[in-house]
Write a protein that binds this ligand. Structure first.
Ligand code: ZN
Ligand code: ZN
Length: 343
């Protein structure tokens, strides 16, 4: 093993990423060193690289939290994974394991959590460290390029759907059929939910139907989208998952709920949306945020993928394309996910 490797490094929030050689880290007691094969590129990586959020990472750092690869070395205290295992990193890179949230199985809410590609170096390079107690473990033989998007996009929508508190046979609205939404439709169908897909692009609605959506509504051309949804579902959807980054999608999803329904928010547009308190109270609606997923959610999300029920749309590109990939992401020109090949 060489003592350096190539990685895309954020050196400043105002400069392009620098693809260069960096020093190979040594795994700490609970850590594993992973030779990365593929890494997905998430919108959050772009926000990290540009320092968009209130709590900023500290350059220099390596983004990336959808990396998959092979364990090549482990620290002294590692028991959960072994050299040769296939593992990944994730946004939830580690948590404290001892706080009230961790004790409750809600490590995604741990205040001491570390985030992959943000507080700790991520997967935009040929090697990465993972915390063996928290890293996703992948079964043998899965398609690794396709598995990469499951580690953030997949688990995020899967958990978001669980958080709608719906059951098999219930209607769920998936708003926004982009990188997250097209995967959400597949999880919802695999989980036995009936899907209403909403987007402003007919091609994306066709994709949603291909993945099993029973009702597809173009919010830009429909005269009364909410009325159509209520008619098609016999009174509104039981749950809704908003992945769209269009502010109008939020009140529309809330209004499409059946009485007692829950809307789960996973997209992060910068705006706010009006919430009609009278309707929320009288209809008994729940509006809930959902952030990535716990280790159990991750295992379940990977399971659906490994059994062939989830097929993310992705394109493979080399690590050297990272700045161009970010430019296209800014321009909204990416269909599905870009997965970078590190070999
Ligand atoms: Zn992400
Ligand atoms: Zn904790």
């Amino acid at each position: 093993m060489a003592d350096t490797f190539r990685a895309a490094v954020v050196t400043s929030f105002d400069a392009p990423l620098d693809v260069k050689d960096v020093e190979l880290p040594t795994p700490g007691p609970f850590e594993a060193l992973v030779k990365v094969k593929y890494s997905g590129v998430c919108h959050t990586d772009l926000h990290a690289a540009e320092g968009d959020w209130p709590v900023k990472p500290s350059p220099p750092f390596i983004p990336g939290h959808e990396g998959v690869g092979e364990v090549v070395a482990v620290g002294d205290a590692v028991t959960r994974v072994s050299v040769g295992d296939t593992v990944g990193n994730a946004w939830l890179w580690s948590a404290c394991g001892e706080c009230e949230f961790c004790e409750d199985g809600w490590e995604t809410l741990c205040l001491q959590q570390k985030n992959g590609g943000y507080a700790v170096d991520g997967s935009f390079g040929q090697y990465m460290l993972v915390d063996s107690r928290y890293c996703p473990v992948l079964p043998e033989g899965v398609d690794l390029a396709g598995a990469a998007p499951i580690l953030c996009a997949g688990v995020t929508v899967y958990k978001g759907l669980k958080q709608t508190d719906t059951k098999p046979g219930d209607w769920v609205l998936i708003s926004g059929i982009g990188g997250l939404g097209h995967i959400a439709v597949q999880y919802a169908v695999a989980m036995g939910r009936r899907v209403v897909a909403v987007d402003v692009d007919d091609a994306k609605l066709e994709l949603a139907k291909k993945h099993g959506a029973e009702v597809a509504i173009n919010a830009a051309t429909a005269t009364d989208a909410v009325g159509e949804i209520q008619a098609a579902t016999g009174g509104g959807v039981h749950g809704a998952l908003v992945t769209a980054v269009n502010g109008k999608a939020f009140p529309q999803a809330v209004s499409s709920l059946r009485r007692g329904g829950t809307v789960s928010l996973v997209g992060l547009p910068p705006e706010q949306f009006p919430l009609d308190i009278f309707s929320v109270v009288l209809n008994g609606w729940t509006v809930r945020g959902s952030i990535v997923g716990t280790r159990r959610d991750m295992d379940e999300a990977i399971g659906f993928f490994a059994r062939g029920q989830i097929n993310p749309t992705y394109a493979v590109e080399p690590l050297d394309n990272i700045n161009d990939i970010f430019s296209r992401m800014h321009a909204g020109k990416i269909d599905g996910r870009i997965v970078m090949d590190m070999s």
